[in-house]
Design a protein. Structure first.
Length: 362
């Protein structure tokens, strides 16, 4: 998996780990995926108990695959908050093999709009928690709150990821995230840990460059480049120019070399996306819907210059599609976990394997 080619090739039939109405939940959204040290693929999502709304009783669910995403085991609850909300899964595999899961929690009645308006108490608003698994996702530790280390008091809305976090070659854990302020658009930031999640601190914080054309970074994803730089790609919010922006860090996420800037090559609707650096100094992949008018046409795009420019690589699915996450699943395969359906994008969370040739996406 080195230089990039013009497209990707499906590798077998897609599988469906989560389907709305099954396994005791009305809706499943917000996918994230990792591959453990033993090769188990873990597919995470928000399991929404009563409907598709972003608030209410929501749990972080996970399903395990021991055959590279072809079949899936039973649903396991990785994080729950009673009748309230646990969501925005951001998992990462540590060097010890432990799977770390960073996520957020808030009261069931606390809608995003109310939190942004400041109508929710700190106790009922967005708070940040960590749990872990030492048995490839079968069981999960009691959760531990880290809000006071990684959330500034003035921030209202707060979201980790969603999508996989990453462990740098130095061992540092980086969790891309975003926040809102009492006044003004959203901003991007990241959580950092240098001791496998024992302690946490804030890395870069980007609230724009003070100009009228500033970028309001929202849901974010990141990858480590061959030269050690961190590449961060974010969904943007109005009044940002364009649906996506990106930035770089030369110190492992502590600071950004410059504020987020518009990324004109990644057209599509306002929607979360995922980036993945292919091994062996390979190119970057980006997954996200490419239809500019709707959440549809899940597409892989590729960059051979560290995210400066992008070009289409493969249209994975022409149907409605929304959030997604990418994971390496073999020497020459990547996996894509994404929201899709026939009538709308939130009917299933589907997993598809894609073959990658020696020259990049086949």
């Amino acid at each position: 998996m080195t230089a990039a080619g013009p497209g990707t090739r499906p590798e077998g039939a897609p599988s469906v780990p989560f389907r709305a109405g099954e396994d005791g939940h009305a809706s499943y959204r917000i996918p994230a995926v990792v591959r453990t040290a033993t090769g188990t693929v873990l597919a995470f999502c928000e399991a929404r108990a009563t409907g598709p709304a972003d608030h209410g009783t929501i749990r972080v669910a996970v399903k395990r695959s021991t055959d590279g995403g072809r079949t899936w085991g039973p649903l396991v609850v990785a994080a729950e908050n009673g009748d309230d909300l646990a969501g925005n899964p951001a998992p990462v595999v540590l060097g010890t093999g432990r799977v770390l899961l960073v996520h957020v929690r808030n009261a069931a009645h606390a809608t995003e709009a109310a939190i942004r308006r400041g109508e929710v108490t700190a106790e009922d608003g967005r708070r940040v928690w960590v749990t872990h698994s030492d048995d490839d996702g079968l069981t999960w530790s009691p959760p531990r709150e880290i809000t006071d280390r990684v959330k500034r008091p003035e921030w209202r809305w707060y979201a980790t990821g969603p999508g996989h976090a990453l462990r740098l070659r130095t061992g540092r854990v980086v969790v891309p995230a975003n926040h809102s302020l009492p006044e003004g658009p959203d901003g991007g930031h990241c959580l950092l840990s240098d001791d496998d999640g024992a302690t946490w601190y804030l890395g870069y914080v980007d609230d724009g460059d003070g100009t009228a054309t500033r970028v309001a970074a929202n849901e974010s994803t990141a990858a480590e480049l061959p030269d050690g730089r961190l590449y961060v790609n974010a969904r943007t919010m109005p009044p940002s120019p364009g649906p996506r922006a990106d930035a770089y860090s030369e110190d492992g996420g502590r600071t950004l070399t410059a504020p987020f800037r518009r990324q004109p090559d990644l057209s599509g609707p306002v929607c979360q996306g995922s980036v993945l650096a292919l091994p062996d100094a390979g190119p970057l992949l980006f997954s996200g819907p490419a239809d500019p008018a709707a959440r549809a046409r899940m597409t892989l795009r590729v960059s051979t210059d560290g995210g400066t420019g992008w070009r289409p690589a493969h249209t994975v699915d022409d149907r409605p599609a929304a959030y997604s996450d990418l994971v390496p699943v073999g020497a020459r395969s990547v996996g894509l976990l994404y929201e899709t359906g026939d009538a709308g994008p939130y009917e299933t969370i589907t997993f598809r394997r894609l073959a990658v040739s020696a020259g990049g996406p086949a």
